[in-house]
Design a protein around this ligand. Structure first.
Ligand SMILES: [Zn+2]
Length: 130
């Protein structure tokens, strides 16, 4: 899979797919058998005087779990995060290769209003040859 955006940034905080719920989701090869690979580029924005910006590329393989939820970077955020699972499922249904968009965190934080953080994503899906 081509990955031209290979700039490593030491200041990047790792955005990890949530482990919780992974097993229940099953494997990509089971849920999306036509998919040979998925690459999701994400840029994380946080509201504030200095918006903290983080970039993350997530590579998903047929052997990965079919669960694409990323935690909000704000530790006190309750019930927040960014779930790309339904986006990926919709793309696979129509064999869509590329989708870009924005997800807003609606988790609750005492001092900061909701919509305190968002991610811009670019999801690229490669399909097996028919
Ligand atoms: Zn949040």
């Amino acid at each position: 899979m081509a990955n031209r955006h290979h700039h490593r940034n030491n200041h990047v905080v790792r955005m990890e797919l949530k482990k919780q719920g992974n097993i229940a989701a099953g494997l990509v090869s089971d849920r999306f058998p036509t998919v040979s690979g998925i690459v999701i580029h994400m840029t994380y924005y946080r509201k504030g005087a200095i918006p903290v910006l983080m970039v993350r590329t997530i590579n998903i393989y047929p052997t990965s779990y079919a669960y694409f939820k990323i935690d909000c970077m704000i530790k006190s955020c309750d019930g927040g995060g960014f779930d790309l699972t339904s986006i990926v499922a919709n793309m696979v249904k129509t064999r869509e290769r590329l989708r870009k968009g924005t997800l807003v965190c609606h988790g609750n934080i005492d001092v900061i209003s909701s919509e305190h953080a968002s991610v811009e994503y670019e999801a690229v899906i490669q399909y097996k040859r028919l």
